[in-house]
Design a protein around this ligand. Structure first.
Ligand code: ATP
Ligand code: MG
Length: 605
């Protein structure tokens, strides 16, 4: 009788693993993962989902059957990123990712300081370069030109009147603008600081990646939509270029950077009243687009930016996913960022204005607590928490936050979109409408550490490409929705070399059968129950046959055979008789070979 166990075995399970390791340049980073797994294991580390981490002068990997440790000595800035440990056992391959943050003294600012919003009495001085960094002070940037403030009569920079934008189809953006440093990279292209050649006006240019017609349509759609939006809380479109070689949208330049980055700055006061002020501005901007039946569909902290680095005014940017709702038509979308999308997006159900209100609720939750309400260990887990609309106020993180604030968030994070607060209702909510700086009981400073961690994680995610697979807007009928793929995540996408390394892990498990613990000779009295046991290792899992005096044994009421997933093989003989005396053999075989071991049983009268 051939024995094999059919249980495929369980995936390795990571035990209380590290999530992030922070290390200074030149120091040693120790990335350690413990896991529980049965049977043979093979593992490898992959850097940034691309590069297989190999042993070298600076790299040491130590593997055991229940852990793996990667030690990187003399850490360099390029070592930063995600390190994924892939562990393969007979149940399949599991992985865990640790992010390594390397702290270095910042580089000097990328450009010299430049001036915008020049008026006779004020100017905004901006520069781009590395942001907050704990490890030291950079060298200074290059000096700016000398600026004189007696510029009465010159045009002011703030957009006060709105012009009708007609895309220029005969010129390129560079014909009219100098292109300076890169301000950001997004899903649809790159954004640069620009200055108008004739007037010197500073603005931002979004250069779309518009190679194929689908990308061109998407770019034109964003420009068409932006042209209609004129509100002080929304970034303004000032011009557009649409030629066969490029599509560029010129936007007012917003100098203050992302709101959350600003909040974590040491010199910045982060309180609940300040948060009300930001939320009110977000609501005002969104109320305006909602009045035009436009949904933003990508509201998240990085799309809320500060007008300048001195005040508390913000604007909403990035209308790349925005869409106009049309009466009588359902709009279903397959895009967004897992932590911020509403359940109806994940479920591929029709979205509406209330879909933005959910995201506003998530932003407010993070603003007050630094914690992301639906953050799971993977995008798939995050999406599952969103669809279950499963969230709560962590008492420790919301300690000292007013009940009005919690009630406001509760009014937005409702699974049923019909019951969520609208912009009007949110603006009229006591937390927004009645809160002001004189409300002394909650002017306590909010803790910024959690928000710093949130920002670090967002950055890492952006570089780790763990973004929701993005598809452009799809307008479709209900029946289409049934056939459409569910929202998908490309967090597991690996580079070619990494994919091969992970695929070859299973081969490393391969080994011919071997007896880890052999059978022993036994002498027993007549009538006793005898256990003959041995442990077999090998992969693919060996098949086992028991022989008694060279003849295969069959299972009967008296003769039982067991083979468990840990490779333990037991032959149990009940009520042994003198006739059971003899040589028992256990034979194990797989595609790579076979092994046997034997023992003599003597039954005494
Ligand atoms: P994503 O959806 O991936 O965020 P996107 O392609 O839609 O990206 P935007 O969000 O519009 O692009 O821009 C990318 C980045 O460029 C922003 O996060 C911001 O840092 C910067 N940026 C965009 N517009 C402006 C602007 N008007 N002024 C200053 N910086 C800007
Ligand atoms: Mg953006």
């Amino acid at each position: 009788m051939r024995l094999s166990f059919c249980s495929p075995g369980a995936l390795a399970e990571f035990l209380d693993p590290q999530q992030q390791v922070v290390v200074g340049v030149g120091r040693t980073a120790r990335l350690h993962c413990r896991f529980s797994s049965s049977g043979p294991v093979a593992s490898c580390w992959i850097h940034d989902r691309e590069k297989v981490v190999l042993e070298g002068p600076r790299v040491c990997v130590t593997n055991t059957c229940s852990s793996s440790t990667l030690v990187l000595s003399d850490v360099l800035p390029v070592d930063v990123g995600s390190y994924s440990l892939f562990v393969c056992n007979r149940g399949g391959t599991a992985h865990w990712t640790i992010s390594l943050r390397v702290i270095d003294r910042p580089d000097p600012p990328a450009s010299c300081p430049f001036v915008s919003q020049l008026t006779p009495t004020s100017l905004v001085l901006s520069w781009s370069g590395p942001c907050y960094n704990a490890a030291g002070v950079s060298d200074p940037s290059k000096e700016s030109d000398c600026i004189k403030m007696n510029t009465a009569g010159e045009p002011q920079w703030e957009v006060t009147s709105y012009v009708e934008v007609v895309p220029d189809t005969t010129h390129k953006a560079r014909d009219h603008y100098h292109v300076h440093e890169k301000l950001g990279v997004g899903k649809f292209g790159e954004v640069y600081r620009m200055s108008h050649k004739q007037t010197g006006w500073v603005c931002a240019g979004k250069f779309y990646r518009a190679r194929v017609s689908r990308e061109k349509t998407a770019a034109r759609q964003e420009i068409k939509l932006m042209k209609q939006l004129h509100h002080p809380k929304l970034v303004q479109c000032l011009a557009a270029y649409d030629t066969p070689s490029e599509i560029v949208m010129i936007l007012e330049y917003i100098a203050g950077g992302e709101l959350f980055e600003r909040i974590v700055d040491e010199n910045f006061e982060h309180t609940e009243p300040n948060s009300v002020n930001y939320m009110r501005q977000i609501l005002e901007g969104i109320q305006y687009i909602h009045s035009k039946r436009i949904v933003h569909l990508d509201l998240k902290p990085e799309n809320i930016v500060c007008v300048n680095s001195a005040g508390t005014l913000i604007k909403i940017i990035d209308f790349g996913l925005a869409s106009k709702l049309e009466a009588g038509k359902h709009l279903m979308v397959l895009h967004g960022t897992p932590e911020f999308v509403a359940p109806e997006v994940v479920n591929y159900e029709p979205v509406d204005l209330a879909t933005d209100m959910w995201s506003i609720g998530v932003i407010c939750y993070i603003l007050l607590s630094g914690e992301s309400p639906f953050q799971g260990n993977s995008d798939a887990e995050t999406l599952a928490l969103v669809t279950a609309a499963q969230w709560e106020f962590n008492p420790e993180s919301f300690d000292g936050i007013t009940d009005e604030a919690k009630d406001f968030i509760s009014g937005l994070l409702r699974e049923d979109k019909r019951t969520r607060l609208s912009c009007e209702k949110a603006l009229a909510h006591p937390w927004i409408a009645l809160f002001d700086d004189s409300n002394s009981r909650s002017t306590k400073s909010l803790n910024k550490d959690k928000m710093r961690r949130f920002l670090a994680r967002q950055k890492w995610k952006k570089t780790g490409k763990a973004l929701l697979a993005l598809k452009r807007m799809v307008h479709c009928s209900k029946s289409d929705a049934l056939h459409s793929p569910s929202i998908s995540v490309d967090a597991n996408a690996l580079g070619k070399e990494a994919e091969q390394a992970v695929a070859s892990l299973e081969k490393q498990l391969w080994s011919e059968p071997r007896f880890h613990r052999a059978l022993h000779d036994l002498t027993e009295s007549c009538g006793a129950t005898v256990h003959l046991a041995c442990t077999i290792q090998g992969y693919p899992d060996p098949e086992v046959v028991w022989l008694f005096d060279e003849a295969p044994l069959e299972k009967t009421r008296r003769v039982q055979m067991n083979y468990d997933k840990n490779g333990i093989c037991t032959l149990t003989l009940a009520q042994v008789q003198p006739g059971d005396s003899g040589i028992y053999k256990c034979c194990a075989s797989n595609s790579l070979g076979q092994a046997r071991c034997s023992a003599r049983l003597t039954v005494q009268l």
